[in-house]
Design a protein around this ligand. Sequence first.
Ligand SMILES: Cc1ncc(COP(=O)(O)O)c(C=O)c1O
Length: 370
Amino acid sequence: MEIYLDNSAETKIDDDVLKAIENTYKNYYGNPSSLHRLGEKSLDFLDLQKNKISKILNCKTSELIFTATGTESINLAIKGLINSQKKHIITSAIEHSSVFESCNFLKNLGFKITVLGVNKEGFIDLEKLKNAITKDTALVSIQYVNNEIGTIQNIKEIYNLCKSCKILFHSDACQAAYEDLNMKNFDLLTLNGNKLHGPHIGLLYSKEGIKLEPITHGGGQQNNKRSGTEDLPYICGFRLALEKISENKSEESNKIKDLRDKLVKGILEIENTYLIGPKENRSCNNASIVFKGLSADSLILSLSDNKVYVSSGAACASRFKRASHVLNAINLDKNDRESSLRFTLSRYTKEEEIMEAVRIIKKVVDELRR
Ligand SMILES: Cc1ncc(COP(=O)(O)O)c(C=O)c1O
């Protein structure tokens, strides 16, 4: 039995989504920009996908920008403000590297960047955010759900504060598939398909009227906001993946949360382990656990030998061996920063897999501690 518990790094593609992508490749191969009939057919199909996505997200089709990845969407949301009159950006200490690096890019061009610290559970303090705002603040970029410890920020309050100060609010929602995705609460929002059982594609929601300088120049597609032929098969796949997750959101997230709680309960029976991250307002699929005295890398490899697949910290970067800035930011005991594992479940996780994973984890920890 292969037990995949690394769904914040990548999700398995949904079978229907895969079929929809194949169908689009086969039937809508005309370029939506071509004048002929097949081009028109593809353009209509593209419009249909956009219509459906905009209904789910409660926004206009003209507010959707498709990109290649979450990283690209985040780059566009932040670097797109390069010509803004105001030159101050506020972000948090637990953002994805694409947020930090986009901010650093603007910092080198004269922007001021404020990085807000977080508490032990990963939450920013609204008072501190309020105090950090100046007349020159153009943007607040705070992620919706943290990819390492599952913290769900108080998005509505952050948005209201930004609105009252006439500041733009961007949120990286790449890990927020099971949260409320109503674009009324955002100016800019980033999603990616591969975290919701869809294809590798990024989406940026950008509220009407926001002037973003494009970072990809070329044929002027997507109203000149992101040049390059639209990836119709992946847009269709993304639409279906988003639709499926939105239709069964509360039922599915409750099921995932129950299994996650069983996993945590089972693992915490092991001596010298503890859960990190929030007790409440935590992503339904995330469990981050410290195994005192053990190296996360040894645990990952031993679990992998037993067909249990997990990560430490941010899996998308874990091969690059960066210390986790999130664990630093929550001020985790220094001795435990190399000893934490992240378990992330999905709609495909089964109860018997959780039971078997707990058994294997207990065995592996016992062997490594001997
Ligand atoms: C919170 C978060 N933001 C952004 C990204 C980047 O997404 P992508 O890998 O599609 O560029 C990730 C990827 O893991 C993520 O977890």
